[in-house]
Design a protein around this ligand. Structure first.
Ligand SMILES: [Zn+2]
Length: 256
């Protein structure tokens, strides 16, 4: 399924269910629903989430920076005889990194960012280190690995539950629901998901392939259903309220 479909279906259904349940929808819980609808695909460097957090322009800028740094470093090593010829290798590596495709470059940046967080985490507390390690693992594992399993749901839900208690706001319902809905949607693809790796057990209702006509069809149905739910959750009650107001106005009008 495409990122856009995940965004609409997971967020739409989550907000509708919360509205039906009488849970107040705050800006924070809506934002968490949006993030959680895309978060499982953090292990796919070309996913919508990664395209938004690491846009092409930023990537090109970083590539240029790496290339300039590589050339500058080689020049410095040549002039200062700084650990030559081995240091040339490090400079060349920086330049080579700029020549790889976008997907691989995003992966490299994720690993570097994860490493940085891991390094900072040693000082700043366990959460940073844990996040850094997770980002590195996600960058290295194949797509639909750990993030598309029950462990991913439990980890994300647990993290949000902890945050909800600390911050005094209910975020975990929106986050866990939206994240789970993403996995349920991925179950509709031929690839399916592996809920309990390393067990080979696969959950798949293979109705579609992303990018094919079957994908277009199934995704359209899912999006339509999400909009129907949103309509029933938000627009219909609004109509009922307006109607009851109208009735009251009419009653007052006829009594005078
Ligand atoms: Zn996915």
């Amino acid at each position: 399924m495409t990122g856009k479909t995940h965004l609409i279906v997971s967020t739409g259904v989550t907000l509708s269910v919360m509205q039906f349940m009488g849970q107040g929808i705050t800006l924070a819980s809506a934002a968490i629903a949006v993030i959680s609808s895309l978060l499982p695909d953090i292990d796919e460097p070309n996913s919508l989430l990664m395209q938004k957090t690491m846009p092409k322009k930023l990537l090109n800028f970083i590539k240029l920076f790496f290339a300039a740094a590589g050339i500058g470093f080689i020049a410095y090593c040549y002039l200062q005889s700084f650990y030559t010829p081995y240091s040339y290798g490090a400079g060349a590596l920086l330049i080579i990194m700029c020549l790889v495709n976008q997907r691989l470059f995003r992966q490299i940046l994720m690993i570097l960012l994860g490493g940085l967080l891991l390094y900072v985490g040693a000082e700043a507390g366990p959460w940073w280190g844990t996040a850094g390690a997770l980002i590195m693992v996600c960058a290295l594992l194949p797509h639909r690995g750990l993030t598309h399993s029950l462990y991913g749901v439990v980890m994300w839900g647990g993290l949000l539950y902890y945050a909800s208690i600390r911050l005094g706001v209910t975020l975990w319902i929106a986050g866990t629901l939206s994240y789970t809905l993403h996995l349920l949607c991925d179950m509709l693809t031929k690839q399916g998901i592996h809920p309990l790796p390393p067990l080979k057990w696969k959950l798949a209702v293979p109705l579609m392939s992303t990018g094919k006509f079957s994908g277009f069809l199934v995704e359209s149905v899912c999006i339509t259903l999400a909009f129907v739910m949103l309509w029933n959750a938000f627009v219909v009650p609004m109509g009922l309220v307006t109607y009851s107001w109208w009735e009251q106005v009419k009653a007052v009008w006829s009594s005078v």
